[in-house]
Design a protein around this ligand. Structure first.
Ligand code: DGJ
Length: 445
C-alpha cells in the first residue's frame, strides 16, 4: 500500500509539472528575487538532479557587475543562487570592464568547475578570453587570468566537452574567422587550434547527435539579431559543411542570438538572447525546441511550449483563455485606461500607486487542478522594471514586469497552482506603480 501511494504521488507530480511552460521573450521572474532573471549570454549544466544556468548580469548595461547563477529542477522555475564572479576594485573584473558569454564546464580529473568567458575593455579593444575555477557549481570562483588565445583576438566564446571528456574552447577571431581550440586535460589552458572557419561568425555553441557535430553561430550585427547559421562535421577538425539557417529565413532567428544548445534527454533546446541594446537589463530569453536529425537542424517559433526536464520531451503549449484587465474588479484607485495595442483597446491601469490599486479576476477557470504558467500581458512605459504582487487563491508572489517598449503589450510569466473550476487572481502593487494589465492568458487545461 505504501509503495502504491508513493507511485501514485510521483505520477501525479509529473503530470502536474508537465503543464509549466517556457514562454520565449517574456519577463522571467526568479522565484526568490522578484526580479527579471539576469543570466544573459549564458549556458547551462546539470549537476545531480538540478540544472544550473550561468549568465551575465546586465543590470548596469555592458559594464560587468556579476556572473550570475540560477538553479532549477524543471527548467522553468529558477532560483537565484548567487554570483560566481562579482565586480572587484580593479583588474579584469573591475569597474567599466566587459565580461560576456560565461560558460562553465566540469572537469572530472580535478573536480573543478571551469568558467571561460570573453574579457574586454569598455570599447571591446582588448578582445581576450578569461578563465576562472570553482569548487562548487554556483559558489565563488577564483579568477585565473585573461589572454588572447594562441595570440589571436577573441570576443564571443563558448566551450564544448566531447563524449570522451576532451574540452574545447570556441572563440570568435574577427580577423581570421571562428575557431575551435583544444583545451588542456584540466580545461584551464589552451593547447592548440583544431579548426578555423573562413567565415566570420560569433556566438558559437556546439551540440552533437549520433556522431555529428553541429556548430551554431550568428552573423556579426552587434546587439541586433540576424538569421543564425549552423555547420556540421563528423570530426571537430573538419571538414565542416557550408553554413545553413535553422530558423525561418528572415525571422532573425525569431529575434534572437544563439548562446547555448542544451541537450535534454535525447532532444535539444536552443537558448538565445533577445538583446535590447541600450537597455540590456531588459533583454529576454528565447528558448525553443531544436530539432536535430541526421545533418539537419531546424527550429520553429512558439508562444509557449512544455519541456519535461527529465525525459527531454518537448511539446506544444496549451491554448489559452483570456481575461481582460478592464473586465476585472478594479479597486483602490485602479481603473480602466485606453491602450491602443491592447485587446479591447483597454487595460487595467493605476495598479499600485499610493492607494495600492488592485485588479481582481474572480472567475478564472481551469479544467484541472494543476501547477501551470499564466502570462500577464502588460504595459510598462518606464525605462525600469515594475513589480506587482500576484495572488492566486490567496497565495502571493512578487512578479517583475519589464518595460514593454512600443505599443504592443509584453508578457510576464507567473507559475501558479490553479484548482479545477473558479480561481481568484489578484494583481496589486504596494506604494509604487505596477504594470497596466491588458489581460491574463490562462491555459485551458
Ligand atoms: C554581439 C555579441 O554576440 C554580444 O555578446 C556582444 O558582444 C555584442 N555583440 C556587443 O555589440
Amino acid at each position: 500500500m505504501r509503495s502504491f501511494s508513493f507511485t501514485t504521488l510521483s505520477l501525479l507530480a509529473s503530470a502536474v509539472s508537465a503543464t509549466l511552460q517556457i514562454v520565449p521573450g517574456a519577463t522571467w521572474t526568479a522565484t526568490n528575487t522578484g526580479q527579471h532573471i539576469q543570466a544573459h549570454g549564458g549556458g547551462m549544466l546539470k549537476v545531480g538532479d538540478k540544472w544550473y544556468w550561468v549568465g551575465e548580469d546586465k543590470t548596469n548595461g555592458t559594464a560587468f557587475i556579476n556572473i550570475n547563477c540560477y538553479s532549477s529542477t524543471n527548467l522553468v522555475e529558477w532560483n537565484y543562487e548567487g554570483a560566481l564572479l562579482s565586480q572587484t576594485a580593479s583588474g579584469d573584473t573591475g569597474p567599466g570592464r566587459v565580461i560576456e558569454r560565461p560558460k562553465v564546464i566540469f572537469n572530472k580529473k580535478t573536480n573543478k568547475y571551469v568558467l571561460w568567458m570573453h574579457i574586454d575593455s569598455a570599447n571591446y579593444g582588448e578582445a581576450k578570453i578569461g578563465v576562472a575555477t570553482g569548487d562548487s557549481v554556483c559558489g565563488k570562483y577564483t579568477y585565473l587570468r585573461s589572454e588572447r588565445p594562441l595570440g589571436f583576438e577573441s570576443r564571443d566564446s563558448g566551450v564544448y566537452v566531447d563524449d570522451d571528456g576532451t574540452g574545447y574552447l570556441l572563440t570568435e577571431d574577427r580577423k581570421n574567422g571562428l575557431r575551435i581550440n583544444l583545451l588542456s586535460d584540466d580545461y584551464t589552458t589552451i593547447v592548440r587550434n583544431v579548426y578555423t572557419w573562413a567565415e566570420k561568425y560569433e556566438s558559437p555553441a556546439i551540440a552533437k547527435k549520433n556522431g555529428v557535430y553541429f556548430m551554431f553561430a550568428s552573423q556579426l550585427t552587434g546587439w541586433n539579431p540576424n538569421d543564425n547559421y549552423y555547420s556540421t562535421a563528423t570530426s571537430l577538425s573538419g571538414p565542416w559543411s557550408a553554413w545553413k539557417k535553422f530558423a525561418d529565413s528572415g525571422s532573425n532567428t525569431y529575434a534572437s542570438q544563439t548562446t547555448f544548445i542544451l541537450p535534454v534527454g535525447n532532444n535539444f533546446m536552443y537558448m538565445g538572447d533577445r538583446w535590447v541594446g541600450g537597455e540590456l537589463f531588459r533583454s529576454t530569453y528565447i528558448w525553443l525546441p531544436l530539432t536535430i536529425s541526421g545533418t539537419t537542424a531546424s527550429m520553429k517559433n512558439a508562444v509557449n511550449w512544455i519541456v519535461d526536464a527529465q525525459s527531454g520531451s518537448m511539446t506544444p503549449g496549451p491554448t489559452e483563455n483570456q481575461y481582460e484587465g478592464e473586465s476585472a474588479a478594479l479597486s483602490s484607485g485602479a481603473r480602466t485606461i485606453a491602450c491602443s495595442g491592447c485587446s479591447g483597446s483597454n487595460a487595467a491601469g493605476y495598479i499600485g500607486g499610493s492607494t495600492n490599486g488592485a485588479a481582481t479576476f474572480s472567475n478564472v477557470q481551469s479544467s484541472a487542478t494543476t501547477r501551470t504558467t499564466l502570462r500577464i500581458k502588460h504595459l510598462n512605459g518606464d525605462s525600469k522594471q515594475r513589480v506587482a504582487d500576484v495572488s492566486v487563491n490567496g497565495k502571493t508572489q512578487r512578479v517583475a514586469f519589464l518595460p514593454n517598449g512600443g505599443s504592443e503589450p509584453g508578457s510576464s510569466v507567473v507559475h501558479v497552482d490553479l484548482k479545477q473550476g473558479a480561481n481568484e487572481v489578484r494583481v496589486v502593487t504596494q506604494g509604487t506603480w505596477g504594470p497596466d494589465v491588458d489581460r491574463i492568458m490562462v491555459p485551458q487545461s
